[in-house]
Unconditional design. Structure first.
Length: 256
């Protein structure tokens, strides 16, 4: 059972140390809000697209992009219909009119959404949560903060796996979980009850296991293996800083 979204591979992106990938994600999210023009957002997304592709995690990222496509479409529809600055009709479908100004604003919002997702996926898909947690603790972060980060990165695949196992168990007992909307609604509570209960039990068991391993100790932990930083990590860090600086300068001087 997979307990994280991490995709193991041997690429330049996976070989980067976790702090470098964390810097990449932070710089990407910052640039998402710094850059205001649609063209700038499209270039930023193209950069992320290239990074994810060369890191061999583009297929997994594509599933996330497709999943939030309805949200991006909502941005376009709502802004194109009702934004206060709408003045220029662009698409007319009977009584429904989509305006140029609103569609451009919706496109900008959709690009921001995808850029934030891309920056996050660069870190999440190519970084083992245990390595990220260890890197943060090495730099003085509290162990509790590392545990929270690891739990957040693992909660989605863990819940998906548990819900699938519970659904299989309920179907083996004769319960219908697939079919019409009413059938799915009736199956919701029998599925959610065991899921919530098992999650609470797992949380208690995890807390006991952590205390047995000295999680609450105030002593500085030691680490089993030394931290490894590949030679190209320094160049990637410099490029992240320079790209962020160029984005800020371009926004202030050229209106990017």
């Amino acid at each position: 059972m997979r307990v994280s979204l991490y995709v193991p591979a041997d690429t330049w992106l996976h070989r980067l140390d976790p702090m470098t990938k964390l810097l990449m994600a932070a710089a990407g999210v910052a640039l998402t809000f710094v850059l205001a023009r649609i063209e700038s957002g499209a270039v930023l997304w193209a950069i992320f697209f290239t990074v994810l592709g060369t890191g061999r995690v583009l297929r997994q990222a594509g599933s996330v992009f497709a999943g939030v496509g309805i949200i991006a479409a909502t941005f376009l529809i709502v802004q194109g219909l009702v934004h206060p600055t709408n003045a220029t009709p662009l698409i007319i479908l009977g009584p429904v009119v989509f305006y140029k100004e609103g569609l451009l604003i919706g496109l900008r919002l959709a690009l921001r959404l995808y850029n934030i997702l891309s920056a996050t996926l660069v870190l999440v898909l190519a970084t083992n949560p245990a390595d990220l947690t260890e890197a943060l603790v090495r730099r003085g972060a509290p162990a509790r903060l590392g545990y929270v980060i690891m739990s957040v990165l693992q909660i989605i695949p863990t819940m998906v796996a548990q819900s699938a196992a519970i659904a299989d168990a309920q179907r083996s007992r004769g319960m219908e979980t697939e079919g019409s909307l009413w059938v799915r609604v009736k199956a919701f509570l029998p599925l959610m009850g065991p899921l919530v209960t098992s999650s609470l039990i797992a949380t208690e068991e995890r807390a006991l296991a952590l205390e047995v391993r000295g999680f609450g100790s105030s002593a500085r932990p030691t680490f089993l293996k030394p931290e490894v930083r590949p030679p190209h990590a320094g160049l990637v860090r410099i490029m992240c800083v320079l790209t962020l600086a160029a984005g800020v300068a371009g926004r202030l001087l050229l209106g990017w």
